[in-house]
Ligand binder design. Structure first.
Ligand code: HEM
Length: 432
């Protein structure tokens, strides 16, 4: 880990996992049922890679009283491919009737296709340029010292949401706040999480969504006004209002408003966390950091981007993607390790393990800066794969790149969560 005033170009220690423990399952089996999930959660935080290695080899599907962990690549994809067997029901009480709460339904499939068509790939070069410019401006103004999470990691996606998606006319801080509570409630406030005060988080989200709803209503009125005057804005929300949809799509104005809000919720906290995690992994590996700094100077970004995705493989934004089992389902059928997941179980598809499965990733323990994004799960997999994937794939590395281009960059504090579920503080300085 980086320590105070550590020069990131000479940071030490490769990993926290020096004292490698190898007998997790023996301890698990001796632990009383009620203590098993907290113990597993602790290993997932403190010694994830050795723990997952043992699970993949000896018990790839680990049943705990609270949830079931699935750790092999093939099993994770088998689950994520079957969206009506392993559903997103756990999102339902959190996200109202947004498309993400449904599986193979008309609403999910139609709205996702419409939104994907509006988030056209032709915009990607413009988005990358926007991010580069916004990043450069923030770093110039910061004059040699920045708290990366709030001033940069959350701010740039919020600015992108305003300028590219068109959620404008409001302070970015408000957008950041609304995105934060939604992400917290849906992805870090489930029964298997360590939420400080689950009810408060849920209420904060409901409050945030009331404000977001009012804001979006005014936003759409404003966009219409510009269209009516023959001066439509050039953003995704305006594009959404300008299109004609088949009646059967049922993509009415209410659905359009909900999807405008969805553009915000998906973008901010995910990006901030990915950027912070990439830095934390590069800092632990001085050689890779030096390589990334070198590549950041080049105009060609493909090689640089690969280093970022490889760093994120070592610490993805979340270690798992969760689903609810709708039937009893056996994984590893016909093998000695066949395990049945009981109907109603919460299933944690541990992508942080699957991306280290030698069955799918060559020499997974090695940090290979040339590894292709390939079968990585950073943006999910299957029918719920991230709608903003192509945007995230240009925004995240460009944000990292702009910071690494600063001469004499130093991490002046480690990445801190401050007791929250997302990174909250990470300070850097550089030569002016
Ligand atoms: C750029 C703006 C973004 C938008 C508008 C967005 C939106 C979405 C939406 C709507 C879904 C659900 C798709 C569905 O249910 O069919 C989704 C899924 C997902 N997104 Fe994004 N997202 C964005 C950025 C990101 C970023 C930066 C990351 C991570 C680095 C990310 C990670 C994911 C993952 C892992 C899923 C899958 C969740 C699951 O399978 O349960 N997203 N995103």
């Amino acid at each position: 880990m980086a320590t105070a005033n550590q020069d990131i170009s000479s940071a030490a220690s490769l990993s926290d996992e020096t004292d490698i423990k190898t007998d997790f399952l023996a301890e698990f089996d001796l632990t009383p049922e009620s203590d098993r999930w907290p113990l597993v959660r602790q290993w997932m935080k403190q010694t994830p890679l050795p723990f997952y290695t043992e699970l993949r080899a000896k018990r790839p599907v680990l049943v705990t009283p609270e949830c079931t962990l699935v750790t092999r690549f093939d099993d994770v994809t088998e689950i994520l491919k079957q969206s009506t067997v392993f559903t997103v029901d756990l999102y339902k009480p959190k996200m109202g009737n947004y498309l993400m709460t449904e599986d193979d339904t008309h609403m999910h499939n139609t709205e996702k296709e419409i939104m994907l068509s509006l988030l056209t790939r032709e915009d990607l070069p413009r988005i990358r340029n926007f991010v580069a410019e916004a990043g450069n401006n923030i770093l110039e103004d910061a004059a040699g010292k920045i708290e990366l999470i709030n001033q940069y990691g959350r701010m740039i996606p919020a600015l992108m949401v305003q300028n590219i998606f068109g959620l404008d006319g409001i302070k970015p801080e408000k957008l950041i706040e609304w995105s934060y509570w939604n992400q917290y409630d849906a992805f870090r406030n489930q029964h298997f999480h360590e939420a400080a005060d689950s009810e408060t988080v849920h209420n904060k989200t409901k409050q945030a969504n009331r404000m977001l709803g009012i804001y979006v209503a005014y936003l759409l009125l404003g966009k219409w006004w510009h269209m009516f005057r023959g001066k439509p804005k050039k953003d995704t929300v305006t594009r959404m209002l300008q299109e004609y949809y088949p009646k059967k799509a049922k993509f009415n104005i209410l659905r359009q408003g909900i999807n405008a809000g969805g553009l915000l919720v998906g973008a901010v906290e995910t990006t901030s966390e990915a950027v912070a995690h990439i830095f934390s992994q590069l800092i632990e590996r001085p050689e890779m950091l030096a390589k990334a700094i070198e590549l950041s100077q080049q105009d060609e970004t493909e090689a640089f981007d690969k280093v970022c995705w490889e760093a994120l493989r070592f610490r993805p934004i979340a270690p798992y993607i969760f689903r609810k089992a709708t039937i009893d389902y056996t994984l590893g059928r016909g093998t000695e390790q066949a395990t049945t997941i009981a109907q109603g179980s919460s299933v944690l598809n541990v992508i942080a393990s699957a991306m280290f499965d030698p069955a799918a990733f060559e020499a997974p323990e090695q940090f290979n800066p040339e590894r292709a994004y390939g079968q990585s799960f950073h943006f999910g997999f299957g029918s719920h794969e991230c709608m903003g994937k192509t945007i995230g794939m240009v925004m995240i590395p460009e944000m990292v790149r702009q910071v690494l281009r600063r001469p004499g960059l130093k991490a002046v504090s480690p990445m801190e969560y401050l007791g929250k579920p997302f990174p909250e503080q990470y300070c850097f300085s550089w030569d002016r």
